[in-house]
Design a protein around this ligand. Sequence first.
Ligand code: NDP
Length: 401
Amino acid sequence: MTKILVIGAGGVGSVATHKMAMLQDVFSDITLASRREVKCKDIADSVMAKVGRQIQTAELDADDTNATARLIEKTGAELVVNLALPYQDLTIMEACLKAGAHYLDTANYEPVDEAKFEYHWQWAYQDRFEKAGLMALLGSGFDPGVTNVFTAYTKKHLVSQMHTLDILDCNDGDHGQHFATNFNPEINIREVTAPARHWQDGGWVETPALSTRHSFDFPKVGSRNMYLMYHEELESLSKHYPELQRARFWMTFGESYLAHLEVLQNVGLTSIEPILYQGREIVPLQFLKAVLPDPGSLGKTTTGKTCIGTIITGQQDGQEKTAYVYNVCDHEVCFAEVGSQAVSYTTGVPAMIGAALMATGTWSGKGVFNMEQFDPDPFMAMLNDHGLPWQVKTLDQGLPF
Ligand code: NDP
């Protein structure tokens, strides 16, 4: 029985809160706090309507460590689940140390003025969390998150000597809008427009954004173009599995998304460099976010599926083997269950599972951890039980691209 504080009332926060409310034995008291309490109250009403449980709400600016620590103390939270934005990771980790609470997030810390996608700021908290006897679990979403657990599962059960890792993220959803991102637009566009980087023979290889493309036949979706990108879990996975000779991340994009993005980029609207507008500094990408649809509002109209997984080549019992582990998730099924589309769902459910494993002591430790450092089996079992069932396929022809 754990008292929990969830910070961030966006698409992911909404799903995680609904799912936590369904597990009363694990999460005894839930408080949802965010910059605007009205968004928390809307989610609380939906949780009451769908699950029949009352959750508490609060207004919080999580950039303020002292205010966050005070709220942790006031709610008695033993675990803080950070589903705000990556900019708040460090202030919330500080608040956890101050108030003596465990910590979980789904995205690595990002400085506001530079797109980095690096873990070192958060890994630097290792000693302080260890000394305080507290645990911080980083990246408990889908990617990072489930993809790290799929890798750990493959290593444990399917391919004992891993050679290459490819993470394949396909969102084949159609939201009916000309251009929209399926999670926070600012973070999403920063990620997509950053140069691609992959791990090869002990170092990083950088290539221009969206310059390497392959087609892949995704289960239940069909053949789609996917593009090489950098994604943060490559950093922790290449560190924790030094046997990997190569690790890459791929994401699918439709022609229309790419065409819109190219125009927005060409006219400077994706830039994070502040500009002067009518005597005021504004960041073009933040302005763009303000005019784009709120990802949380796309659930009602989104149809289609996501398919995210890992393909790992290597050896098992002296034989070459290629194992594909993946999940397929349907946008409309997610919306019917919790009122959100599949991108929020596939992130919010693993956040709930990570929190549940911490709350029950199934995953425990002192310090700062990535997902692959724990036994994957209880996490994989909970994915099957809580809406994200997975499949394993052996690819007899090896890696198909
Ligand atoms: P949203 O933008 O929908 O939600 C973020 C919420 O955090 C908003 O309600 C926002 O408030 C709130 N917030 C922002 N700043 C503060 C602050 N200073 N103090 C308190 N609350 C704040 O984002 P998503 O729900 O789509 O994403 C949430 C997180 O999940 C992000 O970090 C994202 O990167 C991560 N993510 C991870 C994925 C994974 O697979 N690992 C995939 C998708 C997302 P307001 O409503 O007032 O703006």
